[in-house]
Design a protein. Structure first.
Length: 353
């Protein structure tokens, strides 16, 4: 095990002290720096159409991209604070003081934090926002919320190959090995693997694992796309005519409050989800729903039929603009999808196995 704050290979002390790992930077971002970030945001192609089918490679065979063994393990005393991490991501995006170059490999480190307990009041609030029944059993998506600050800390390290600002969440796979109760404390670890090229940039998987008593009970794999401008690249793939959406099982009216309510229970306060101005600064005409809210809402609709152990895999297609009405569909073979109720354009496709 590597000492905290030490590079895994050469033993030199890096700029990740224990305090920095936990709390992140606290520098005040000036108004001029914020304006520079907003100006730079225009270079990110994050329009609604441009995000279509960015998950095309999220389920490809990744055997050729297996991560090397020997990651250094860094144990944190407590879960990181998300606010400081978002400030770090903002600072790193600044054109003058931020980082322009990114590594060509995933960071060879595994972050860990032990003994994370469930706040039952917070769990109940999350259940209400996402449509789950109020119960002590954790929804499959809830450990993602519990451990996300740890993954966010990994994604804001200097060694992470994709900038957090402008990153697109294109896929998420969760495996529940057994039912989890709100009375259990979870130990979390996170690492990144499978950095690979994409026609619009690079993709990477961030793995979050929850354990109880040394036994893995939950695993989540989030696939992120970092869009980059490459010479002669970045053109949109040719797409055939979209197939007709499946017959709707239900229609849901998604109000603007979904963005702010999910931000409250998840800690993800990205203004693209909560602010019309913030969404416009990043190229969207209005706020969009969090992808993990969409996944959770679909699972809530299937909740009474889910087995004790399963894997639920989703690909995120077009964002869900707020407000809107979406059509949910599910088949007996455990395939499900979310489409725009008026146009039939796809928002999410998934399976339970």
């Amino acid at each position: 095990m590597a000492k905290r704050g030490q590079r895994p290979e050469d033993g030199r002390t890096e700029n990740l002290s224990v305090g920095d790992l936990i709390d992140g930077p606290t520098e005040v971002i000036s108004a001029a720096d914020l304006a520079a970030v907003r100006a730079a945001a225009s270079e990110h192609d994050v329009s609604l159409e441009a995000t279509h089918d960015l998950s095309a490679y999220a389920t490809e065979d990744l055997s050729a991209h297996a991560a090397p063994a020997g990651r250094a393990r860094v144990e944190l005393d407590r879960m990181p604070a998300q606010g400081a991490l978002y400030r770090r991501a903002l600072r790193d995006a600044l054109p003058v003081i931020g980082r322009s170059a990114r590594p060509d490999a995933p960071p060879q480190v595994e972050l860990a934090v032990a003994g994370i307990t469930v706040d039952r009041a917070h769990l109940a609030d999350y259940d209400r926002v996402c449509g789950f029944r109020l119960a002590d059993r954790l929804p499959a998506t809830y450990p993602h919320i519990m451990g996300f600050p740890l993954s966010l800390r990994l994604m804001t390290t200097p060694e992470f190959p994709i900038a957090l600002t402008g990153v697109v969440h294109v896929g998420n796979r969760i495996t529940v090995h057994r039912p989890l109760d709100a009375g259990e404390a979870l130990d979390f670890t996170t690492h990144a693997e499978n950095l690979r090229p994409h026609e619009r940039g690079r993709q990477i998987d961030v793995v979050l694992v929850g354990s109880v008593g040394g036994e893995e009970v939950w695993r989540g794999v989030s696939t992120y796309l970092g869009k980059e401008r490459t010479p002669g690249g970045g053109d949109r793939r040719d797409r055939a005519e979209r197939p007709a959406p499946p017959a709707a099982t239900a229609h849901w009216r998604v109000s603007p409050r979904v963005g702010t309510d999910y931000a409250r229970v998840s800690g993800d306060h990205n203004p693209i989800h909560t602010s019309r101005l913030g969404a416009r600064l990043l190229g969207f005409p209005r706020p969009i729903a969090h992808g993990m809210w969409s996944k959770a809402r679909c699972l809530a609709a299937l909740e009474s039929r889910l087995p004790e152990a399963y894997t639920v895999d989703v690909s995120f297609k077009l964002p869900v603009p707020l407000p809107t009405t979406v059509a949910f569909s599910a088949t007996p073979a455990w395939d499900f999808a979310l489409h725009d109720a008026r146009t039939g354009r796809p928002h999410l496709v998934g399976t339970v196995r």
